[in-house]
Design a protein around this ligand. Structure first.
Ligand code: FE
Length: 175
């Protein structure tokens, strides 16, 4: 049990400095952006919106947007993934369930899947935490490429430079 505090103390901000080596917080006021330039193109009809590109721990938090004819190519996860659907619906060719607006999904290590949006859905947006890498494969598991936090950062730099925001725009999302 914590020691008793007076009513005044219960609402008092922490009075000491944060550790001097601690990283700065990230606050993104409008995570689903008004400015379309913040969506980084990833494949035909697939975009991601970076929120936290965590190079110090090797994961990334992003919004994934897929329009109805888009496909997030087949990939394997050596580490877990967490997802929360903010808009629309999608499913994996490898599973018989559909993730809907408001659904939470945990993808355990060892999953290999292909994300598609059903014909009757214009667009989906999902908040994903992806750890380690996405290992792209053919239908029999042969590697065709990968993504990690560093390839995501590089894609952001290239896109933000090309669209006029400047390549350094990505730095606010890197920790
Ligand atoms: Fe995945």
């Amino acid at each position: 049990m914590a020691a008793e505090q007076t009513d005044d103390e219960k609402r008092m901000p922490y009075q000491l400095p944060f550790p001097k080596d601690a990283l700065e917080e990230i606050v993104v006021p409008s995570a689903i952006p008004e400015d379309e330039r913040l969506w980084v193109p990833q494949a035909e009809n697939v975009w991601f919106r970076p929120l936290c590109l965590n190079r110090s721990q090797g994961y990334w938090m992003n919004l994934l947007k897929v329009r109805k004819s888009g496909v997030l190519a087949r990939h394997r996860h050596p580490q877990g993934v967490h997802g929360m659907v903010l808009k629309g619906r999608w499913y994996y060719l490898e599973h018989d369930w559909v993730a809907e607006t408001g659904s939470y999904v945990f993808e355990p290590p060892g999953e290999t899947h292909t994300l598609v949006v059903p014909e009757d859905c214009e667009e989906m947006i999902t908040f994903f935490q992806v750890n380690g890498i996405m290992y792209y494969v053919d239908p029999w598991g042969k590697a065709t490429g990968y993504e990690d936090v560093f390839t995501k950062i590089a894609m952001c730099r290239e896109h933000f430079a090309a669209c006029g925001l400047g390549e350094d725009y990505v730095e606010q999302f890197i920790r």
